[in-house]
Design a binder for this molecule. Structure first.
Ligand code: SF4
Ligand code: SF4
Ligand code: FES
Length: 243
């Protein structure tokens, strides 16, 4: 175990524990955007940056993916940290002025008017890449990728057209930290405006609730290598059958 001091709190951590894990355990708040427990942390947004001191040397690191590999002193609210956090929020606020999540964080850290040109856009995407990661690493279909470079970088389907590999599972909607991906279930169909993709919803054979897309059922059948009750009945009915 290594000795850890975080915002004055003395504790211990096993090798490879991340700073964010220690902070959560000790109830020290560190803001996150691109971090989600279900996928590998990439340190993309840098909002979780903290200042660490190792062997007497100080540096800024991202808490969500920094593994503890020795005794360490962590300051989550140093002057440098707060300055950087505010700068990141200024950039994000200028880029996604309609994002409630970013507005909320900006307010919390005292950022009101960004010094950068505020874009005239309704897009709430902060290009964190979580939708791309979940689709590739958890769902396993890689329907999305981050295209272009710099300011034009964004998540999209190949050629920004309706994807032939997307199965309409909605994982990208649930994981997006800023609600930049939406999913509309209407008239027996599921539509993803951002991905320009539409699916037919299938009814549970017991309660008639629309519970999955036809593409999801086809994909799961292939992955499981068999037809299975979970492809015919919704989770609620399956739970009732098991009782
Ligand atoms: S809805 Fe489509 S793009 Fe989104 S995670 Fe599922 S398969 Fe990927
Ligand atoms: S759509 Fe959401 S999850 Fe995807 S990159 Fe943008 S902010 Fe991140
Ligand atoms: S939450 Fe750590 S870099 Fe985004």
């Amino acid at each position: 175990m290594f000795k850890v001091k975080i915002d004055g709190i003395e504790t211990e951590a096993a090798p490879e524990t991340t700073i964010l894990e220690v902070a959560n355990r000790e109830l020290v708040e560190i803001p996150t955007l691109c971090f989600n427990d279900n996928v590998e942390p990439r340190g993309a947004c840098r909002i979780c940056t903290v200042e660490v001191e190792i062997w007497g040397r100080k540096r800024l690191v991202t808490a969500c993916n920094y593994p503890i590999r020795g005794d360490i002193v962590i300051d989550t609210k140093s002057e440098k940290v707060m300055k950087l956090r505010r700068l990141i929020l200024e950039v994000l606020l200028a880029r996604t002025p309609k994002s409630e999540r970013i507005q909320e964080l900006a307010k919390k850290y005292g950022v009101s008017q960004p010094r950068f040109t505020v874009e005239k856009t309704d897009d709430k995407c902060i290009v964190c890449g979580l939708c791309v990661q979940v689709c590739r690493d958890i769902v396993g279909v890689s329907a999305l990728s981050l295209s272009e470079r710099g300011i034009l970088r964004k998540p999209e389907t190949p050629f920004d057209e309706a994807s032939s590999t997307c199965i309409g599972c909605g994982s990208c909607v649930y994981i997006c930290p800023t609600d930049a991906v939406t999913m509309i279930d209407k008239d027996g169909k599921r539509f993803f405006p951002r991905w320009k993709t539409e699916f037919k919803l299938v009814k549970c054979e017991s309660c008639d609730n629309l519970f999955m897309t036809d593409a999801q059922i086809k994909y799961l059948k292939k992955v499981m290598g068999k037809d299975d009750p979970c492809l015919h009945y919704c989770p609620n009915c399956l739970a009732l059958f098991k009782k």
